[in-house]
Ligand binder design. Structure first.
Ligand code: PD2
Ligand code: ZN
Length: 289
């Protein structure tokens, strides 16, 4: 008879967070050979723990939405200069925008590293989801027509090295980063304008903020050259960045006072020709465990 060890608890927590129902999780545990009473009690305890974590977060709000013009642009953590030594690589700075805070880079990854991420991900792709604003579940919706694959942080030495490089580039701890996500967009696929932070006013945000708090910044890495389309755009700032293999774009949307920047609204434009492969690293205000 199986027992509830750390691996089972981690599996349960991640499924609670993803919006699975208690009944579905009990069924899955019983199907895996657990006693029905143990499964029920463990699932109940996991939901209680998630509720308590959410309640604690509601008591300590995770960021403040402010009107355009009220967001204070304190210095972004990314280093100054035209070339940044990021862990094991010299990365070139192509462009900096102050409102919203955006930095475009070249040479963050080598061609071989980009190819390796694409080839690893190809067999793992699943239709991308977005956070349901009401219950926090990850849903497939028409606004986001890419396919994606997730990787656990530090899953192997190759990913670990990339993550150390990205953390160094963003000047933000590795431990505050979510796992890497690789996305593929075919012709016509897009990610319509959205915010990467979890809107504090939406009840579904709580479940995500229970791990590491609010997202503060994003690094989008371009893994291939796109024949036409696929730009990352910021409609309210009038900024658009074309994908270029090995390059990346960083944008920051929560300041030290925990205000959230409405100008960080952004999207991935439809791919017009060819395909687009990117990798995203979202970073939190606290440790993402
Ligand atoms: O595909 C992109 O360029 C893009 C742009 C903005 C992806 C995301 N955001 C995202 O995955 O959050
Ligand atoms: Zn985004």
């Amino acid at each position: 008879m199986p027992v509830v060890n750390d691996a089972v608890q981690t599996w349960l927590n991640s499924h609670v967070e993803r919006g699975f129902s208690p009944a579905a999780l009990v069924d899955a545990m019983v199907g895996a050979g657990f006693e029905s009473e143990l499964a029920q009690a463990t699932v109940n305890a996991s939901f209680d723990a998630a509720d308590a974590a959410r309640a604690a977060l509601v008591a300590a709000p995770c960021g403040f939405e402010v009107a355009a013009g009220e967001y204070r642009y304190d210095p972004a953590p990314v280093a100054a200069g035209n070339v940044i030594r990021a862990y094991d690589r010299d990365v070139k700075v192509l462009m900096r925008c102050e409102r919203p805070q955006i930095v475009a880079f070249a040479d963050v990854m080598s061609d071989e590293e980009c190819d390796e991420m694409i080839e690893r991900s190809r067999p793992l792709l699943k239709r991308s989801t977005t956070v349901n604003p009401e219950n926090g579940s990850n849903d497939v919706i028409a606004n986001r027509t890419s396919e994606g694959a997730w990787y656990h942080r530090g899953a192997d030495p190759f990913l670990d090295r990339l993550e150390k490089r990205f953390a160094s580039l963003m000047n933000w701890p590795v431990d505050n980063g979510e796992g890497l996500q690789v996305l593929r967009y075919g012709v016509g696929a897009e990610y319509r304008a959205h915010f990467d932070y979890f809107p504090p006013s939406q009840t579904g945000s709580g479940v995500h903020m229970a791990r590491g708090g609010q997202r503060v910044a994003t690094l989008v890495l371009y893994l291939n050259d796109v024949a036409a389309g696929g730009e990352t755009f910021f409609p309210d700032a009038g900024v658009s960045v074309a994908p270029k293999r090995g390059g990346a774009i960083y944008f920051r949307y929560m300041n030290g006072a925990r205000q959230l920047d409405p100008l960080s609204l952004h999207g991935g434009a439809p791919v017009l020709e060819g395909e687009k492969w990117i990798m995203t690293k979202w970073v939190r205000e606290g440790v993402f465990a």
